[in-house]
Design a binder for this molecule. Structure first.
Ligand code: SF4
Length: 378
């Protein structure tokens, strides 16, 4: 098996395994399953990557592990801290690629925003990541490795000193298009021997891949965030082209099925407010009507648009934002206004990227597969 992260050639990266995978790997090495769990605690509770420091693991096993595997989180290429405490890491991947991970501290919680792909193929019109095109999926190690790197920097200790209380799969990429690796990484976020977060504290954000929302409801019970941004099909298709394939009625039905199958989870609709585009009273009315289709789901996050170089969109003004929120609240829709964070370090999705590489051809191929349904079946 080839592993993508900072790989000492031909060795296995243990961050690629969930608990079951690690137990199976240890069985292949002729070791008892409890040994796998012992090592897992070192990796995720004590954030130890050097087998030599795993002092309660016998010398013979430490030598065996050193010969065949490694603990390989992504390398930090760049780190920035904003005045408001928001932290952002640019993490180097193979092939000169880079991804972003953002930590947002608040008085009662600390949220880590994690990427699932290098770039993204879905081409949402207001998204900085979309301008980079799609390069590739991240491995499980590269996804959980983002949490590991942030936890190490922040001095996070699961079950004791939690700096990271929530993880949102809301960074670069569409997580449901990298389903298996994302689900495995989320299971490590949730596992008591991993980062030990409750299901409702891990949120997957999707642009609305209907069949994969159904698949997720069978395989995981994390919270869902749906990037809505418009509640009429014409405008949503313009902003989120995926809407053409999975229009609002299908998306609403999938959300209803999700919440019915996993009633303890929550679904939040994300709505980025862009001046003169989707922030008028009629748009609020459409959103209220959409929310009424989903009586079990009653939460909207309003996000003032975070401009980036080259975008044609602008942030809605404070008056428009306030009256949009008031209209929703008056209709009984639970509506939170997300403060923009880390403005001085460009902490919005995709904004710390280096050179924008022309990946047009790969992007076009990927979109074609998506149209044909090939990618959804992955
Ligand atoms: S908003 Fe999300 S799904 Fe849409 S292009 Fe950006 S990263 Fe991809």
């Amino acid at each position: 098996m080839r592993h993508a992260v900072n790989t000492p050639a031909d060795k296995v990266n243990l961050l690629d395994f969930d608990r079951k995978g690690l137990r199976d790997f240890f069985a292949e090495l002729g070791e008892k399953p409890y040994r796998a769990e012992q090592v897992m605690k070192w990796i995720y509770h004590r954030l130890e990557s050097d087998f030599e420091n795993m002092t309660d693991v016998g010398k013979a096993l430490r030598e065996k592990l050193s010969a065949s595997c490694y603990v390989g989180p992504p390398k930090t290429a760049f780190e920035k801290t904003a005045i408001d405490g928001t932290q952002k890491w640019l993490l180097g991947m193979d092939g000169g690629n880079a991804i972003e991970t953002v930590y947002i501290p608040e008085p009662t919680r600390g949220t880590l925003c994690v990427s699932s792909q290098v770039g993204c193929a879905l081409n949402c019109q207001f998204c900085s990541t979309a301008t980079q095109g799609f390069s590739r999926n991240l491995s499980t190690a590269e996804i959980i490795g983002q949490v590991w790197v942030a936890a190490k920097h922040l001095g996070n200790v699961p079950h004791q000193q939690r700096r990271i209380t929530n993880v949102v799969m809301m960074g670069m990429g569409e997580p449901l298009l990298n389903f298996d690796n994302v689900v495995k990484a989320m299971s490590l976020m949730r596992d008591d021997l991993g980062f030990g977060l409750a299901g409702k504290r891990v949120t997957l954000s999707t642009a609305g891949l209907v069949p994969m929302i159904d698949k997720l409801s069978v395989e995981s019970d994390v919270s869902l965030a749906v990037s809505l941004h418009a509640a009429n099909d014409e405008l949503r298709t313009e902003l989120v082209p995926l809407n053409k394939r999975y229009p609002l009625a299908e998306l609403a039905a999938a959300c209803e099925r999700y919440i019915n199958r996993a009633p303890r989870t929550s679904i939040t609709f994300e709505y980025t407010l862009m001046k003169g585009i989707n922030d008028k009273p009629e748009h609020a009315r459409q959103l209220i009507k959409f929310m009424r289709r989903l009586p079990g789901v009653n939460k909207v996050n309003l996000i003032p648009f975070n401009p980036f170089p080259g975008t044609r969109f602008e942030r809605s003004g404070p008056d428009e934002i306030r009256s949009f929120q008031t209209q929703l609240l008056n209709a009984g829709v639970l509506t939170m206004l997300r403060r923009t964070r880390g403005d001085d370090i460009d902490a919005a999705c995709g904004q710390l990227k280096g050179q924008v590489v022309d990946r047009t051809r790969r992007q076009a191929e990927f979109r074609k597969k998506l149209e044909e349904g090939v990618v959804n079946a992955a």
